[in-house]
Design a protein around this ligand. Structure first.
Ligand code: HEM
Length: 247
């Protein structure tokens, strides 16, 4: 099969997910057929847009709903990005401790995926903590409950970015919004990149306030794979109070 590459504006050949899949001899032919690739493309579009946009919106709500957090974040961003119009680099933003803490806390508190993600070992007996789990038994944990476990995250419903600065790496292993392991989410790096770039760019350019949006617009009451609010409440509105780009 001929290798298909997309050329970017500089004439350099770029790899993309689908050319890699089509050309990967290790994948069974069935998984390289058009129908299968279309299914994967649809899944990628859903998985790669719904969860990250919801996580960013929920994080933004908590920033704007929490004066001291908003102020501290603005101070850090103003200092790191003296020119509000400049496009920040991801590498630079990743070094900002408070922005990093805010993003982690946003991913924790949004706890987007509420459904359990069972795995089944078809042929082997799993051993765990003295238990033997027979082949064919679905086994799962709950991301939602882990991210809201008060023994790990005291006051779990409170948006408190400081917990990541105080306890930092001790908490890291409990931050599982993307699940873990070989079947885990494909896009954590991309999701983090969007959160850094999106949140920093918007907050450096605009002064915002919430508009007709309350905790009720955040409260998850239904498990629809991604947790959902009461019908009709799944939206966050803001007002632009000032634009800094023309400073
Ligand atoms: C905040 C953003 C995101 C969250 C919270 C999230 C969460 C998750 C979770 C919990 C799973 C299930 C993993 C499992 O079964 O163990 C998953 C699967 C997946 N996600 Fe994400 N995701 C996010 C962003 C993205 C992005 C940006 C992409 C793609 C660009 C993406 C692509 C996928 C794909 C392809 C799978 C299926 C993986 C597989 O079954 O092998 N996700 N995601």
């Amino acid at each position: 099969m001929k290798r298909v590459y997309k050329e970017n504006q500089h004439g350099t050949k770029e790899q993309c997910i689908f050319s890699e899949m089509m050309n990967n001899e290790r994948l069974p032919l069935l998984e390289r057929k058009l129908g299968r690739l279309i299914d994967d493309a649809k899944f990628l579009l859903g998985a790669g847009t719904d969860a990250p946009s919801q996580a960013m919106a929920i994080t933004m709500f908590h920033i704007l709903n929490n004066g001291p957090v908003y102020q501290k974040l603005q101070e850090e961003l103003n200092c790191a990005l003296p020119e509000p119009q400049a496009n920040p680099s991801l590498v630079m933003l990743e070094q900002l401790p408070y922005l990093t803490a805010v993003i982690k806390e946003g991913l924790r508190i949004s706890a987007l995926v509420t459904s359990r993600l069972p795995r089944i070992a078809p042929d082997e007996i799993l051993e765990y903590n003295g238990w033997q789990i027979p082949p064919g038994t679905p086994v799962s944990m709950s991301i939602y409950l882990m991210l809201r476990d008060e023994t790990v995250f005291p006051e779990p419903l409170v948006f408190h970015p400081g917990r990541w600065l105080e306890q930092g790496s001790n908490l890291e292993k409990y931050l599982v919004p993307f699940s873990k392991g070989s079947q885990g989410c494909l896009g954590p790096n991309m999701a983090y990149a969007w959160c850094y770039l999106g949140i920093a760019t918007i907050l450096r350019r605009f002064m915002l306030s919430l508009f007709e949006t309350t905790e009720e617009n955040m409260t998850i009451v239904r498990d629809c794979f991604n947790g959902q609010t009461k019908p009709g409440y799944n939206n966050i509105q803001v007002k632009v109070l000032a634009e800094f780009t023309k400073a």
